[in-house]
Write a protein that binds this ligand. Structure first.
Ligand code: SF4
Length: 238
């Protein structure tokens, strides 16, 4: 895919959704960190359901330590891998207090030393909380980047590096959320909604014609906000 097509992809996504944001609910950076750790291999919806109650009793590192692993498990047991996540979250809360004055650190190095925080989680925090132009390559972005030809790669790290090189500068900060939302609601894993996709003519997916008639499915599956990335709501650029 050439540079002009890549630029046009982001121009369209930006017009469709000028202020993209995470679907995780949070009010502080610590709450965001907790939500992102919980979201590994879980849906944002399931995390939001759990944190709606959890954050009422523990939304600071101090309160999380006080709640303890056993107490925390009661709030997050509907989320996959909750045993490990509960242990990691309490250890992370302890480290934040011991090393960072109870604050979430602003560097990749410090973030990646926290239990439960790998490169992907660190990228989300750096981007969403601190405005860095990082892109956390999750399953949706990995699929979308490869399918469209935007940033092909065999591993999430390769895709991340390609995106860092190929996303035009003005779009880098928001690229993460645009790509996730487009992958989650339009360029879905099993039946991509190519018929409603604003990127159709730019996309290099070999089978896109096969999925052109997916209009009805897209309308039913996606919330209104995500449909901002589909053709019905957004005029196609000339
Ligand atoms: S045209 Fe289809 S495969 Fe290409 S980005 Fe859109 S939904 Fe995905």
């Amino acid at each position: 895919m050439n540079a002009a097509a890549r630029r046009e992809i982001f121009a369209r996504l930006a017009r469709a959704n000028p202020t993209p944001a995470t679907e995780l609910k949070y009010r502080t950076v610590f709450e965001l960190l907790v939500a992102v750790i919980l979201s590994a291999q879980a849906t944002d919806k399931s995390v939001n359901r759990a944190t709606a109650t959890l954050f009422k009793v523990a939304n600071t590192p101090q309160a999380m330590v006080k709640l303890g692993v056993r107490g925390l498990k009661r709030y997050i047991k509907t989320i996959g891998l909750y045993n490990t996540k509960a242990r990691n979250l309490v250890k992370t809360a302890r480290l934040l207090i011991a090393r960072h004055g109870g604050k979430v650190p602003r560097t990749r190095e410090a973030l990646e030393q926290l239990p439960g925080v790998g490169r992907k989680t660190a990228n989300v925090i750096l981007n969403t909380a601190f405005g860095h132009p990082t892109i956390a390559v999750d399953t949706h972005i990995f699929r979308l980047a490869n399918r469209t030809g935007l940033a092909p790669g065999k591993t999430p790290r390769q895709v991340e590096e390609q995106l860092a090189r190929r996303v035009p500068e003005p779009y880098r900060k928001d690229a993460h959320h645009w790509l996730i939302l487009h992958g989650r609601y339009v360029c879905t894993a099993r039946r991509p909604h190519c018929g409603r996709c604003i990127l159709y003519d730019l996309c290099e997916f070999r089978d896109k014609a096969k999925y052109r008639d997916s209009r009805r499915l897209a309308r039913r599956a996606a919330p209104r906000r995500a449909l901002a990335g589909t053709r019905a709501q957004t005029p196609r650029a000339k």
